[in-house]
Structures are given as C-alpha cells and as structure tokens.
Design a protein. Sequence first.
Length: 254
Amino acid sequence: MDLPPVGLGTMGNGDPESIAAAIEMGYRHLDTAQIYDNEAVVGEGIAAADVPREDLTVATKLWVDSLAGEDVRESAEASLDRLGLDSVDLLYVHRPRGAYDPETTLPAMDDLVADGLTEHVGVSNFLPDQLDRAREILDAPIAANQVELHPYYRNEPVLAGAREHGYPVVAYSPLIGGDAFDDEVLTDIAAKHDTSAAAVSIAWVLSHENVVTIPKAGSRDHQRANFEAQHLDLDDEDVARIDAIDRERELYPE
C-alpha cells in the first residue's frame, strides 16, 4: 500500500470532532481497532469531515476473540456497521493469538477481499515466522505489518522482512508512550533543530526505509505537531545518536 508518512492513531480517542479536525488538517490515514472501542467515534469523525471518503485510507483490526474462521465475516461486518462504511481500505489481524488459526482465519480474510468488505489484508504484531506462514496461505498479498517501533524498540528482522517482500511497516507508539518528551538525546537533538523531542522521535521512525507511522493525538496542537514532523530532516549524526541510545523498552510485548 502507498500510505502517507504520518497517519492518525486513534486509541483512546473518544471525540469525533477531533477525528474530523485531523482529517481536515490533512491526515488521510486513520487507524482504529475493535479493542479500542471507538470505531463508531472514528466513523462519526469521517462523516463530519469535509473530505471525500475516497481520499481516506481507513484501517481497523479484528481482535483476538473474533479470529476463528467462522467468526471473521460477522466480526468484520460489525466493525463496518460501527464505522458507518461499506468497506475499509485495510483490515488487520490485530494479534496472532486467541482464536487465530492461520489455516482458517486467513482464508476467511481473503473472502472479505473477494466480497469487497476490505480492499487489503494486513497483519499486526506478527513475527517473521508468523509472517512467512501468512504469506504461504493468503491469496491477497500482505498489505502492511503494524508493529511497535520507536527509539527504545526496533525489530530489525521485521523491518528487513518488510523491505524484502515490499510492504510497509506501520509503526505504532513512535513517542515511546510519552517517554520521548524526557529523553536527553531526543531533547538535545530537538534543541538543535528548534523543534520538539516528539517531532525528533517521529522523524527518526520515518528515517527507516518503507516505514510510516500512526502517532495518536487528540488535541489539535498535538495532531498538527505530529503531522508536521514528517517534514523534519534529521542528519546522519542525529540518526546515529538515536540509534545508539542504550535502552530497550517494548511497551506492548506479544
């Protein structure tokens, strides 16, 4: 998929007006999920925004209790109903656990593509061996792999696999759950560029080949700052300093 560099993560967002404001600000990729319990909110925001539906990439994710082959269609239809849409552009398997069975879940996802309920199938939080198995089974190509990625956590095998097979990595939690604001390296680089540590963290994520990101933000100011971070150019020294941060923290381990 050809995804914009910065999309809108919506976890925890219960305000449809903020969704509409983000769309009108320029966001074109909206990411939600069943487990966020806000698909209806996102749908209201889409309906309220003065931007054609066809200009948007709308993504949602099926939660682990809805991944049995016989449950996939009903679950996807329920998501569409909450969103108020006939189809989504990207439908993910949220995590490869719970009722997930590649032999039954993935053919059911292919059926959704064939019947027009989603244009693309994605996976989220999949490890390389799980991605390999999914590729063997799916008729539709994997359109994206959504994973945690930030200066404290980088999964190089997942990044390498995405580059090899030609699909984007969609990076969530690029601000390290808020820790980016207090990191000494990020704040020092931010001062150098007269920007924020959050913008530096997002720009570092985007410095990776074939990676886009979906920082979550509810306030207009944070939405705008995150969106504009795509225009921040870090130099090689900046990237090397961030690469060398001696700290590893995975916020959402599988």
